[in-house]
Design a binder for this molecule. Sequence first.
Ligand code: FES
Ligand code: FES
Length: 166
Amino acid sequence: MEKLPIQVTVNGRTYTAEVEPRLLLVHFIRDVLDLTGTHIGCDTTSCGACTVIWNGRPVKSCTVFAVQADGTEILTVEGLEQDGQLHPVQEGFWEEHGLQCGFCTPGMMMTAVAFLQENPDPTEEEIRKAISGNLCRCTGYVNIVKAIQYAARKMRERTAAGVGGA
Ligand code: FES
Ligand code: FES
C-alpha cells in the first residue's frame, strides 16, 4: 500500500515518518514512536485507554488515522512529567491511589489534564461527567475522582503562587 509522509510533534519532539493511510494514530504512537504508555483497550472508541491530547483537546487515538495528525501537536502520558517533576494529575493518582491495575490510567490522566485546563475548579459531578468516556475495568472510580480533585487543588495553588500549571 502506498505510504504518505507525515510530520507530527509529540511531547515537544518533532517526528517525520511515512505511514500507510489506514494506520491508526494509536498504532503510530505505540508501534512507530515506541511510546507505549498510550494503551489500547478496545480499538472501538469505547474505553478511552488510548486518549491523548491532540492540539489541546482529548482525543481517542484509535479513532483517528495517523495521516490526520500531520502537522499537529500531540501530548501523551510520557510528556506529562517535566524536569523530573510529576504533573499534578500524576501526583494525584499517586497520592489518592487512583489506579488499580493501571491499564486505564494513561487515558484517564490525559482526559483529566485537558479537562482541568478548561475547568480548574470542578465539582465532583463535573469530574465524573468529564471521565465518562474513560472506562476503568477495575471499576474503582472513587479514588480516580479524588485524584483529579487533588490535582485541581494543586494546580490552583500553583497558579495562585505564580508557579505555572505544568
Ligand atoms: S482503545 Fe481507543 S477507546 Fe478503547
Ligand atoms: S485501574 Fe484497572 S482498568 Fe482502571
